[in-house]
Write a new protein. Structure first.
Lengths: 494, 248
């Protein structure tokens, strides 16, 4: 019995291994199927990633195509399309693709609206033999003559006007305000032009779409201007729930943690429009927390979150704001007044700005030549620097701060200076001819400096590309625009 | 051992894929993007006014319904959609006040390119309004069950019923909600004043992102004109037909 058992088991194992072996060897069976293999004709597309076009102009794009195998492009079909964004408010349609052309090269007039956001441009190449579609995405910025550049508020000795430098076209458009508003003469007391961008916000069920606001401030009035045309839309008091008793707009800025809000100083008082909360108009003037009176200077700066800094001229003190109130800076363990007492600062405020998380306020000292730079961080004082008269800082008509570097640009006479706020030293980085005096200065991002000069008869505007060190690339300007009056204020317009 | 081998080989048996458990069907498709998703009624209601034709001789117009999409695969042939009026929720009369178009799902398509109803400016309209409720119903081409009006995954309003209210009178334009965050409640006098100042009637058509970016400019422009009007007419300030005040 035992032997028999072994014998049966042996037979089972033989059958098992035989069966498994057959199964394994099946994998070695040569497939004699009648297949026809061929390489797929891949198509590579080469073209730029971004394009700029003036609305109404023809956009020309000549892509380079490289096929792995085929050279006959008749088997390819093409499509150029632009994604046109749907409305951002309720009940708006979905986005849609607008087909511009179905030819290999794009030569199509662009009639899209000029806008700050870029359109998505898509190029599709379909191989009709393989059915495979190849895509190349790109971005398209559509601009018009008067958007995407610098607004220049200028004076000709008897009146003011606005000119515009279109940085995409690298072209100046002169006297755009007077051309857009015939019959209206701007007096010499016009002092600021602004262009603000507000991102879309949602408040409960309401959506407030992204928007632009262009402003012109004069000594005793102000205007809302139409974006891109500079036509007067309304008096600036339409921005208030209750118009202020005294019309004296001094300064404006976006503000708030997400830059959705808007601040204005009018007749020394601070007002805020909480657009991020769905508030369309400025509310009442901010009171001080201690109910003391205040009269703000015409120079201030937006700082991160709620930590903007203002200067109260008659009380020689700095103020900050929080949720509807303006208050004196508070000394505590986190913000000791080791550097200076912010409630006792005298001199003439020349400029303010924010650079690398610090707010800086430049004052001309009582000697009329030297200057002091007061420094704040997170609404508290953080430093004080005395600057000698030889720096010419007190002569500067304006200041431009870099956000990513602790640097400040200013100009005096025919020189442009770079002040290193960390190292506390200055250097001349460019000199114009001796009869050209710096009249205004501005900065776009951290890498493009704009300087306006005047020689007594003509204003000029220079743009300087900046190195990461803050110095001027190649030690010279990259664009020069001429034919201006005396430029007194510069602002970038989307 | 043999049982194990047989069991393992069983997995090689070709499995017959069962047919889909659903039947072809159709439904109204309304994107919920940029809509108030807490309101599941408004997306399935539309308004229309012949007033905004600005042509007293215009006797008909086509009201475009939301897109109609399919459940199931596309077909190589056009397929008719069965759209019927619900009498209990309709005051308009077919043939006199409206005509249903022969809406189809085109071959190889997942949706109608456009689905519409011709509204007729009949005498019955006069100064009142008419209501027309239409419903998608099962048909030979789309026998599947219908989807009741609902919001799906916060992204799409899907349903089978849509109501149109139409009139000869000035009414809130169909896309007023796109501008109401700036202009608040609609009123006839307010709207006519806005049109006079702006030179156009807002929100009769979908408000594009570009136009939306100008709404604040529109608002302060109208506000300025409104203040000037009231200053020039202190004894006759602008008010609505029912005497209620207007503000911007």
């Amino acid at each position: 019995m035992r032997s028999s058992c072994f014998s049966n088991k042996n037979n089972q194992m033989k059958y098992f291994f035989f069966f498994i072996s057959i199964t394994f060897f099946a994998a070695c069976y040569k497939d004699k199927g009648n297949y026809s293999y061929h390489t797929i004709n891949d198509v590579a597309i080469s073209m730029a990633d971004s394009f700029v076009v003036i609305t109404g102009d023809t956009l020309n794009v000549v892509p380079q195509l490289q096929q792995d195998i085929a050279t006959d492009e008749r088997r390819l079909c093409f499509e150029w399309s632009v994604r046109v964004e749907g409305g951002v408010a309720n009940n708006s349609p979905d986005s849609a693709d607008l087909v511009l052309s179905t030819t290999k090269e794009l030569h199509a007039p662009i009639k899209l609206f000029a806008q700050q956001l870029k359109y998505a441009l898509n190029y599709k190449v379909t191989d009709t033999v393989t059915g495979i579609t190849y895509r190349k995405p790109a971005s398209l910025r559509v601009t018009n003559d008067l958007s995407g550049g610098w607004m220049m508020l200028e004076q000709d000795g008897s009146k003011s006007d606005i000119s515009f430098v279109n940085t995409f076209q690298q072209k100046a458009f002169h006297h755009v305000f007077s051309k857009a508003n015939p019959g209206i003469t701007l007096p010499l007391n016009a002092h600021h032009v602004y262009n603000f961008y507000f991102p879309a916000v949602t408040v409960v069920d309401y959506q407030y779409p992204r928007s632009l606001l262009t402003m012109l401030l004069l000594q005793d009035r102000g205007y809302v201007l139409e974006n891109g045309s500079y036509k007067i839309v309304s008096d600036y008091t339409t921005l208030f729930t209750t118009p202020p008793a005294v019309k004296r707009p001094q300064w404006m800025s976006v503000t708030g943690p997400s830059k959705t809000d808007l601040s204005i100083i009018n007749d020394g008082k601070l007002y805020r429009r909480f657009y991020g909360r769905g508030q369309l108009y400025f509310g009442d003037a901010y009171p001080t927390t201690d109910k003391s009176n205040y009269m703000l200077a015409s120079i201030a700066t937006y700082a991160y979150a709620e930590k903007s800094i203002y200067y109260d001229v008659p009380n020689h003190r700095f103020l900050s704001e929080f949720d509807g109130n303006i208050y004196e800076l508070i000394q505590n363990g986190y913000n000791p007044w080791d550097a200076f007492d912010p409630n006792n600062v005298k001199g003439d405020l020349l400029g303010m700005g924010i650079g690398f998380y610090n707010v800086y306020a430049v004052f001309k000292n009582e000697d009329g030549a030297s200057a002091t730079i007061y420094q704040f961080v997170q609404g508290g004082v953080s430093g004080k620097t005395e600057v000698e008269a030889s720096s010419d800082i007190s002569k500067s008509p304006g200041f431009a701060f870099t956000k990513g570097r602790q640097q400040m640009y200013y100009g005096a006479d025919n020189n442009v200076y770079l002040y290193d706020l960390a190292a506390k030293n200055y250097s001349t980085i460019y000199s114009f001819s001796s009869n050209e005096k710096v009249t205004a200065i501005g900065i776009e991002g951290d890498d493009l400096l704009i300087v306006a000069t005047y020689n007594g008869s003509e204003g000029k505007v220079y743009s300087f590309a900046l190195e990461n060190t803050g110095l001027i690339k190649n030690s010279t300007y990259n664009n020069l625009y001429t034919g201006f009056d005396k430029v007194v204020n510069i602002c970038y317009a989307q | 051992m043999l049982a194990v081998i047989l069991a393992s080989l069983y997995s090689c048996k070709k499995e017959s894929v069962p047919p889909p458990s659903y039947q072809d069907a159709v439904y109204f498709y309304i994107s919920a993007v940029n809509r108030n998703t807490s309101d599941t009624i408004a997306p399935f209601n539309g308004t229309y006014s012949f007033y905004y034709k600005f042509d007293s001789t215009a006797m008909l117009d086509t009201f475009w319904l939301p897109a109609i999409r399919i459940v199931g695969n596309t077909s190589t042939q056009d397929r008719a959609v069965k759209l019927v009026a619900i009498d209990s929720a309709t005051t308009a009369v077919e043939g006199r006040d409206y005509t249903l178009l022969n809406n189809v799902i085109p071959a190889d398509s997942f949706a109608t390119s456009k689905a519409g109803i011709v509204l007729l400016r009949s005498k019955a309209l006069a100064d009142s309004s008419l209501r027309l409720t239409v419903q998608l119903q099962p048909s030979d081409a789309f026998p599947g069950p219908m989807i009741y009006n609902t919001l799906i995954e916060q992204t799409v309003f899907a349903g089978n019923t849509f109501t149109i209210t139409y009139t000869n009178n000035a009414i809130e334009p169909p896309y007023w909600s796109s501008v109401s965050s700036y202009f608040y409640q609609w009123g006839r006098v307010k709207y006519e004043f806005m049109a006079k100042v702006l030179g156009k009637y807002l929100a009769l058509t979908p408000v594009t992102a570009e136009e939306a970016s100008h709404l604040f400019d529109y608002l302060v422009r109208v506000k300025q004109a409104f203040q000037e009007y009231n200053a020039a007419n202190p004894d006759k300030p602008l008010v609505e037909d029912d005497g209620s005040s207007i503000s911007f």
